[in-house]
Ligand binder design. Sequence first.
Ligand code: ADP
Ligand code: MG
Length: 267
Amino acid sequence: MTHDTMSPAVEMEQLAQHCQHLRLTRVGQTLSTLLEQAAQQELSYSAFLATVLATEVAAKQAKHQTMREQMARFPFHKTLDGFDWKAQPSIDPKVIKELATMRFVADGAHALLLGPPGVGKTHLSVALGLEACRLGLRVMFTTATGLITTLGKALDENRLEERLKVLTQPKLLIIDEIGYIPIDRQGANLFFQLVSRRYERGAILLTSNQGLGAWGEVFGDAVIASAILDRLLHHATTVNIKGDSYRLREKRKAGLVRSTLTAQPEP
Ligand code: ADP
Ligand code: MG
């Protein structure tokens, strides 16, 4: 049967099969709408083809973005749009927006978000991670403790090399919460190996509640800490966040906490 003599129903059936064969899932699902729109708007052949292909590209991009977000293992979903800049005057939004372009990732540079609990470090690191996913980059989110536990386990199982390779693959590695829990000598050593491995190859975004001067104590060894910082700070943007915890601020607003409590650690 030639195309000319094909009935509309058979033709639609064949189009559906072609879409399936070519994995044009979204086009397959929306074919009749796309065709109706083309007829109504009297689209040119090229405009119609562009619409069809753009439909599939958009759907595939959205799917891949969702996959990247799932692979990154974010602890929650918070965006830059959801960040209240006025509540946090110690941050220059321009600096965060520059980081959000992911130029630092392309350069294999690093970023450090430092500040006390509750000021938005994890929120911003997740938001930047989501931006990276949106821009098509592979991201991995982990806490410092989780990372060191994983590396220690890999070392015990003689799979350290393999693990380090896996951790070198994502374009952006986010390591949250350095400094809450002290790191032992082996942990510091493993952390150093990872940082060396990614040095000038893959970006790291770190958050810490401790100033850099206290990292010697965090890593239990001033020499390893300075070797780690030396590599991290070589190409790095450091954001020092000050101020009160946003969590407590919300409670204060509701009259649940007196402002004298803000100087104390959070529960
Ligand atoms: P940190 O990691 O610095 O301890 P988080 O990023 O976990 O703090 O922030 C604590 C909570 O407060 C989160 O729910 C976060 O979304 C919210 N938060 C903090 N700062 C802001 C802000 N400036 N605007 C909106 N939400 C914020
Ligand atoms: Mg946090």
